[in-house]
Design a protein around this ligand. Structure first.
Ligand SMILES: Nc1nc2c(c(=O)[nH]1)N(C=O)[C@@H](CNc1ccc(C(=O)N[C@@H](CCC(=O)O)C(=O)O)cc1)CN2
Length: 440
């Protein structure tokens, strides 16, 4: 695949910066380097050059790198200009480059899109690169690196290979059935393996919840009767944890939410105290709204003031919970033994570290085995479900002609292949790549 245009972008971060990396890809790269840097450097060797406008004016002096296609990130000729990271420097360099006919500014994700279309990466790897660029926590980074290195691609390629082999056996069975070349026991083995693949994919789909937790965070909701100490705990947790990922948000629904980085895992803590705490019907409405929010949580912290215990009923929800006695500093030592999972005092800092540790432990448990390959997008889950349903259909269709069952397997393989980006339409690719940053 080749592209008529060459593309350029500032691939490094916000200006001003110490150094800025301007990346170029496409058929004009050699010409551009000759024009701006005087010559094309040896492949993959950084050289220090003056970068000149065509009228001879020196724009900056910087490092120039050349990666001849196809052995480059995009598979095309690629170059990098590593210049001083001043706004005027970068804009002068970009202006000079785009004044060259055939050279234009890249769209978001366009370098990666070219890498995909040139077969350097499959679609799961490009999605993982986007995740890597957006990774804020250690768990997100680890997960993205795994898939960017092809772990997800390899898993699906393995299933596809087995399905292709299964179909080959079935086709052989169809072609040579008169000659009885394919023993019945072999045909049985084929369907046993197809069923095994179906089960493996089903188990893999289950892992999507873990991927969601890694990406969106482990969702903790603080509940309790009015004045049970919800806001105090929320503030203590937020203050304690130095690495706050996002600020307070979501106040529109009377909920305060903050995302923490707890031992490398994103954890979202929501305080429901903003929901109006007044006596009577308003309070009842507030509590029912808090409970509705709690339904989708991963962990509930149910608070009770140990001085004046008002039990809070979190209803029939199956969400795991910790019952927490608050304001323990006001309780005489003799009366402190309790039926709570944890007792805390924000006042004298009792139990807060223990609570954070317990939340972190539960978040780790929810993510499951680190290093496991998970589906990272709903797009993947949808196509995996499609695959499973074609496979189930094929396995169940024992009374149908083999030609039809083989066709069902072909459809399953096609659904699986679409995850890697086979047969995707230009439109879908545009949607996927538009979510990337410019210069990626
Ligand atoms: N300066 C710089 N740093 C960077 C990038 C970049 O483009 N420029 N990357 C950009 O995202 C990442 C590195 N990704 C890269 C991926 C492939 C190739 C590459 O040249 N691949 C060739 C040769 C492989 C080899 O020698 O083993 C190939 O695939 O054929 C380069 C960078 C992170 N760091």
């Amino acid at each position: 695949m080749s592209f008529a245009d060459s593309i350029i972008a500032l691939s490094s971060g916000r200006l001003p910066a110490g150094v800025a990396v301007v990346r170029l890809s496409g058929p004009h790269v050699r010409f551009v380097l000759e024009t701006i840097a005087g010559a094309v450097p040896e492949p993959r060797q950084a050289v220090y050059r003056a970068l000149r406008r065509r009228d001879g004016e020196v724009l900056d002096k910087g490092l120039v790198l050349f990666f001849p296609g196809p052995h480059s990130f995009t598979g095309e000729d690629v170059a990098e200009l590593q210049v001083h990271g001043g706004r005027a420097v970068v804009s002068a360099v970009l202006d000079e480059l785009t004044s060259i006919p055939g050279v234009r500014a890249a769209e978001p994700g366009e370098f990666t899109k070219r890498a995909f279309l040139n077969g350097k990466l499959d679609l799961t790897e490009t999605e993982a690169l986007a995740d890597l660029v957006n990774a804020e926590t250690e768990a997100q980074r680890r997960f993205a690196v795994l898939n960017a290195s092809g772990a997800q691609a390899d898993l699906y390629a393995g299933w596809r290979q087995r399905l292709v082999e299964a179909r080959a056996m079935i086709e052989a069975d169809i072609d040579f059935s008169d000659e009885e070349d394919v023993p019945a026991s072999v045909a049985e083995m084929v369907w046993t393996d197809v069923e095994a693949i179906r089960c493996e994919i089903e188990a893999h789909i289950e892992g999507y919840r873990s991927a969601e937790i890694i990406r969106d965070g482990f969702d903790v909701v603080i509940l309790g009767a009015p004045n049970s100490g919800k806001s105090s705990l929320f503030n203590a947790l937020v203050k304690r944890e130095a690495a706050i990922v996002t600020g307070e948000a979501g106040t529109t629904r009377d909920l305060l939410e903050v995302a923490l980085d707890l031992g490398g895992i994103r954890v979202r803590i929501t305080d429901t105290a903003g929901i109006r705490e007044e006596a009577g019907t308003v309070e009842a409405i507030g509590i029912s709204r808090a409970l509705a929010r709690a339904e989708t949580a991963d962990l509930l912290l149910i608070l009770e003031d140990m001085q004046t215990p008002v039990s809070f009923d979190p209803g029939q929800s199956v969400v795991p919970r910790l019952s927490i006695g608050t304001k323990v500093d006001l309780i005489a030592d003799a009366d402190r033994s309790s039926s709570y999972d944890l007792v805390i005092s924000v006042e004298d800092d009792t139990g807060i570290q223990a609570l954070l540790g317990e939340i972190g432990r539960r978040a780790e448990l929810a993510i499951g085995t680190m290093g496991e390959v998970l589906p990272s997008r709903l797009r993947h889950v949808d196509l995996l479900r499609e695959t499973v349903s074609h496979l189930a259909e094929a396995v169940a269709a024992g009374n149908l002609p083999l030609e039809l069952r083989s066709e069902m397997l072909r459809l399953a393989t096609r659904s699986l292949g679409r995850i890697a980006g086979d047969v995707e339409t230009e439109h879908l690719l545009d949607v996927i790549f538009s979510q990337f940053c410019i210069g990626k």
